[in-house]
Design a protein around this ligand. Structure first.
Ligand SMILES: Cc1cc2nc3c(=O)[nH]c(=O)nc-3n(C[C@H](O)[C@H](O)[C@H](O)COP(=O)(O)OP(=O)(O)OC[C@H]3O[C@@H](n4cnc5c(N)ncnc54)[C@H](O)[C@@H]3O)c2cc1C
Length: 679
């Protein structure tokens, strides 16, 4: 039986839902919930404006076709499916690509300062995996502009009161209550396995509290820090997804980790040089002579090897990231042709990314953000010198498994409670933390889109779920919440007492190094076996760490011990998934199994957690999943819905391989490749 009141529980409390994550996905989910009159408790590790979405640089895809190239949402769908090596379910992609132009116009109306053409239209640039100009951008700080625009909308809801069923304001209640500097520790599940809220810790005074929620959405971003240093923010440990996984949520396609071809190293993290640099005409090359001792800018044109343009004449420098990263890896590691360093007298794992042929005012207008970053951290002027870059772990295509309901036209049923539902009743996931849109390889500038679209779908899905749920979480027994809080408090107290010989930060460095070397661009089964054994060893050793800091305020060390444990669990899911998948698909490349194997592997990896006999987590992989939603039990399988675009081999060596309607390939290095028509 559905709950009697939309706003109050039987006991008279205001029925709120929980959104964990204040990046683009979390904020958009929150906005949609508020639009439907559902009050939200919003949690974030950091101020929401510092969520990792703020780092996004290059732009957001939408087939608006202002340049008259014949682009369309259908082609965007085809290229996304093709770029993802057909591992993504296609109805969610169709929903997303159909909605994309409207999303960009909405952002424009919210005040995002998108770059514009001289006529005042939204400008679009090229990105990887397409020949169309499809990426709307705000210089090279697009994520920041989008996040700030959504943050303003959410702030409005923080000041807006909650009305009861008669339209009368409820004293002291606001549509959004924001909990910044809080760490979600676990879900609260009742005896039926329904998610009823979360336990979270205030990272200022380290107090642990239980929060009821009629539904919970995790929008907690990616797990890049499992790989040590990456382009991700240091908070991106995947801790919340890991906690949910350990409490029964299925984790899908974990082995699909994107390595971005162009980043710069630094002591703290690897800073990205966005694909937009190549979208604006940047060219990747190495000197033809491996011992070339001249500076990049002094090497004559005829002595340069533009290896991406040479091997992929159609897409050139804008082949999808899985291919570009592999080519860079091949050139530097296997062929030993990385940029020669005269000081160390060896070839570094670096290639040149050259923008020096593009007029400075154009670069300043379109790419200033990333070029400033390069100059600041490398100490070289990228307007005058080719930049030195190399691949870095960047994005997780895998994540929490979420469902969808297919509509008659092959898209999504609007409002279906199944959309973005995990297999834990009442738990939803959106943004990089879910696995839904990018298959085996994400196309650049599709993530900001999938985060926003994901939020636009998840909000209404949670509203439907909440409308039809039986008892509100606010009517559940208080012992459920007290018990969950006590459990987490006991775990935290145990962490504070840890005084063993191991250092958690060193263990993390070991984990990261191993994952980086053996579970990224090239994967070999023997090495993966060693990685899995080493993960078991690290799991053992992390039980003997010293917490290093026992203070009762802002104890980042104790928090890190918890995150480390959760990272080790997800690392096992990623490595074991990679070990199992004996094929090459998208970002998952095994030299011993070079081909894609649709007969055996056109299927979603679905990992479930099980406690092993010695307390270690074990991963089991399932082919089917049963879960309860809207009073029914549904059984879903690992087969992928490829009903809209028929899988075929990827051939990026050919121009327009991803679709039949591609425009003529721009000439290599032609930064001024102008559209045929300006509408
Ligand atoms: C350098 C860089 C540049 C990029 N550029 C682009 C681009 O140009 N175009 C594009 O499409 N994509 C880009 N991406 C990818 C894209 O930025 C991300 O995939 C996307 O922003 C993720 O958004 P999100 O909302 O899912 O998560 P995030 O923005 O990562 O937000 C996660 C939120 O969850 C919170 N959180 C996490 N764990 C917890 C917890 N335990 N408790 C409480 N809160 C928690 C965090 O505080 C944060 O608020 C880029 C990525 C990087 C690394």
């Amino acid at each position: 039986m559905a709950a009697k009141s939309a706003i109050r529980s039987e006991s008279g409390k205001v029925r709120r839902v929980v959104v964990v994550g204040g990046g683009l996905a979390g904020l958009m989910t929150t906005i949609k919930l508020c639009e439907a009159g559902v009050p939200v408790d919003l949690f974030s590790l950091v101020p929401v404006k510092r969520s990792h979405s703020v780092c996004a640089q290059g732009g957001i895809n939408a087939s608006v076709n202002t340049k008259g190239e014949g682009d369309s949402p259908r082609i965007h769908l085809e290229e996304t499916a093709y770029g993802g090596d057909f591992l993504a379910n296609q109805p969610p992609i169709k929903g997303m690509t159909d909605a994309a132009p409207g999303i960009v116009y909405m952002l424009d109306r919210m005040g995002v300062p998108f770059n514009r053409t001289p006529e005042g239209l939204l400008d679009f640039r090229r990105f990887g995996g397409t020949l169309f100009h499809r990426t709307a951008f705000a210089g090279a700080t697009t994520g920041q502009q989008l996040l700030y625009a959504l943050d303003e909308q959410v702030r409005r809801y923080e000041t807006l009161g909650v009305d009861d069923d008669n339209g009368i304001a409820i004293p002291g209640e606001k549509m959004v209550r924001k909990f910044e500097f809080w760490d979600m520790l676990s879900l609260i599940k009742d005896e039926q396995g329904v998610c009823r809220g979360i336990v979270a810790q205030d990272l200022k005074n380290m107090q642990i509290e239980a929060f009821p929620g009629d539904a919970v959405c995790l929008a907690t971003g990616g797990p890049g820090i499992i790989f040590g240093k990456s382009t991700n923010s240091v908070i991106n440990t995947g801790t919340a997804a890991s906690a949910a996984y350990q409490q029964g949520a299925c984790y899908a396609n974990g082995e699909f980790i994107q390595v971005h071809p162009t980043a710069i190293p630094a002591a703290d993290k690897l800073r990205l040089i966005s694909e937009s640099a190549r979208g604006e005409g940047g060219r990747v090359w190495v000197p033809k002579s491996p011992n070339e001792s001249r500076r990049g800018r002094d090497v004559p044109e005829s002595e340069r090897d533009y290896f991406l343009e040479r091997r992929y004449p159609g897409y050139g420098n804008l082949v999808p990231r899985d291919i570009a990263s592999r080519e860079l890896f091949l050139t530097c590691f296997h062929e030993g042709r990385g940029v020669y360093n005269t000081r160390t007298a060896k070839n570094e794992n670096e290639v040149y990314l050259d923008l020096t042929h593009i007029p400075k005012p154009t670069l300043k207008r379109k790419l200033a953000g990333i070029l400033e970053t390069y100059e600041k951290f490398v100490g070289e002027d990228p307007y005058e010198n080719p930049m030195r870059v190399f691949p870095a772990v960047h994005y997780s295509m895998g994540g929490l498994w979420v469902d969808f309901e297919r509509s008659a036209d092959g898209s999504l049923v609007h409002d279906s409670p199944r959309n973005h539902a995990t297999n834990v009743a009442g738990l939803y996931a959106a943004g990089e933390v879910d696995y839904q849109y990018h298959g085996a390889n994400r196309l650049g500038a599709n993530s900001l889109l999938s985060c926003l679209w994901g939020g636009m779908v998840t909000g209404p899905a949670m509203v439907s779920y909440r409308k039809n749920m039986g008892r509100s979480a606010y009517d559940a027994s208080s012992s459920l919440f007290d018990g969950a809080k006590k459990r987490e408090q006991a775990k935290y107290d145990a962490i504070l007492k840890m005084d063993g010989p191991e250092n958690p930060f060193k263990l993390h460095a070991e984990l990261g190094q191993m994952m980086l070397i053996d579970v990224t661009i090239e994967r070999h089964n023997e090495r993966l076996d060693e990685v899995i054994a080493k993960i078991d060893e690290l799991d053992e050793r992390q039980r003997r760490v010293s917490v290093l800091d026992t203070s009762s305020r802002m104890n980042q060390s104790a928090q890190f011990v918890r995150h480390l444990s959760n990272m080790i669990v997800l690392a096992r899911v990623i490595a074991q998934g990679a070990r199992n998948r004996d094929e090459s698909r998208g970002a998952h490349f095994k030299p011993a199994f070079k081909e894609r194997d649709d007969a055996n592997w056109l299927r979603t990896t679905m990992a479930m957690h099980r406690e092993g006999p010695n307390g270690h987590g074990e991963v089991t992989y399932v082919r089917e999943l049963s879960y309860a939603i809207a009073g029914k039990t549904l059984t879903v399988s690992d087969s992928v819905d490829v009903g809209l675009v028929t899988p075929r081999p990827r051939k990026y060596e050919q121009a327009g391989a991803a679709n039949a309607a591609a425009p003529a390939a721009p000439k290599a290095g032609d930064a001024s490749a102008k559209p045929a028509v300006s509408v």
